[in-house]
Design a protein around this ligand. Structure first.
Ligand SMILES: NC(=O)c1ccc[n+]([C@@H]2O[C@H](COP(=O)([O-])OP(=O)(O)OC[C@H]3O[C@@H](n4cnc5c(N)ncnc54)[C@H](O)[C@@H]3O)[C@@H](O)[C@H]2O)c1
Length: 314
């Protein structure tokens, strides 16, 4: 029988993780420190599971829902589990406290992964007796629709713990990558940050509207990026592959990089101007329904990718 996993923190990301494990047939124990969240979390999960079923992404919302139990205490949630996915607030004091509680409550062979978006595991696990079983398992939101998981060790993380998390993530249908050591923003947010910083700068300098910068990705770069990354993209964009591409265009990219040697913070006036433009396209009260639209688009994309990888191959 598949051993249960625990999800600690049942907000946006924790609830999403519960779906990831449950749809793969793992019993899931959820715990959140907020009684209101504990009372409400299953209703949200149920609705997401029904959406997944309607897009043909799971066979039965009911079966997946049946794998999930909400626990009233941390100890109940971690009893007998093989893995814990911590998804609480992103601050060092909160991560430190919960990870110490988990280290005390879990038997020594249990691996503890944190969803931390940017705080490295070394910032909140150093003093723990079981620090070698702690690591970052950073998902993308919502994790049940975007499969990438960044696995990041602290300097003292046991490679066997990383391997365990890698195998578990693969078994539940996620796409893990292994980052060799800690770096601010890990890989995903460093790549996203490079693009975002350039987008803010181009907008500030008046080269294009926010809408046209967005369109450059949604109607341009992003279409390829949903099935291949930047290295494969350029490998295919020159007759002789990546080295040929570099021979032709490396000087251009170097000139572009040299034009941004002094990065600026995103200033208040700049944020105000981008906010003002965005609100002409989408009112604040429509943000929530637009998020639901985004998730349905992601479900349609996931269904398409499943189908096309069978028909066309990966
Ligand atoms: N939202 C995203 O896009 C995203 C993406 C990837 C990773 N993450 C990371 O995932 C983690 C959770 O983020 P979120 O967006 O789900 O936040 P959230 O605010 O929606 O949820 C956090 C939950 O943790 C609970 N909590 C806080 N302290 C707790 C404790 N000591 N014990 C038990 N429960 C506790 C809160 O009650 C809350 O329900 C953060 O580390 C965040 O950086 C977020």
């Amino acid at each position: 029988m598949t051993k249960p996993v625990a999800v600690i923190g049942a907000g946006l990301v924790g609830a999403g993780w519960a779906i990831v494990f449950a749809r793969a047939g793992y019993p899931v124990r959820i715990y959140d420190g907020d009684a209101g969240i504990r009372a409400d979390v299953l209703a949200g999960i149920q609705s997401n599971l029904e959406d997944l079923q309607s897009f043909g992404l799971i066979e039965s919302a009911e079966v997946a829902r049946g794998e999930i139990t909400v626990c009233e205490t941390l100890d109940d949630a971690v009893d007998g589990v093989s893995y814990v996915q911590e998804s609480v607030f992103e601050t060092i004091p909160v991560k430190t406290e919960i990870t110490a509680a988990l280290d005390a409550a879990c038997s020594p062979d249990v691996v503890i992964g944190s969803s931390s978006s940017g705080i490295p595991a070394s910032a909140f696990t150093e003093a723990l007796e079981g620090r070698q079983r702690c690591l970052i398992a950073h998902p993308v939101n919502p994790p049940y629709l975007v499969p990438l998981v960044e696995l990041v060790p602290a300097p003292w993380t046991d490679p066997a713990a990383i391997q365990f998390a890698f195998d578990l993530m693969t078994a539940v249908g996620q796409s893990p990558i292994q980052i060799t050591r800690e770096v601010d923003g890990f890989v995903l947010n460093r790549l996203q940050g490079a693009l975002l910083n350039e987008a803010w700068a181009l907008f500030e300098e008046g080269y294009a509207s926010a809408e046209d910068i967005d369109k450059t990705v949604s109607e341009g770069l992003g279409l390829r990026w949903s099935f291949m990354g930047p290295f494969q993209t350029i490998d295919l964009n020159a007759p002789g592959g990546v080295a040929d591409y570099a021979a032709r265009l490396a000087p251009l990219y170097h000139t572009v990089a040299q034009s941004r040697t002094e990065p600026k913070p995103w200033g208040d006036d700049l944020i105000h101007d981008v906010e003002a433009e965005r609100r002409t396209h989408l009112s604040k009260q429509d943000l929530a329904s637009r998020r639901e639209w985004r998730d349905r688009r992601l479900m349609a994309l996931a269904a398409h990718k499943n189908k096309s990888s069978k028909e066309i191959g990966d």
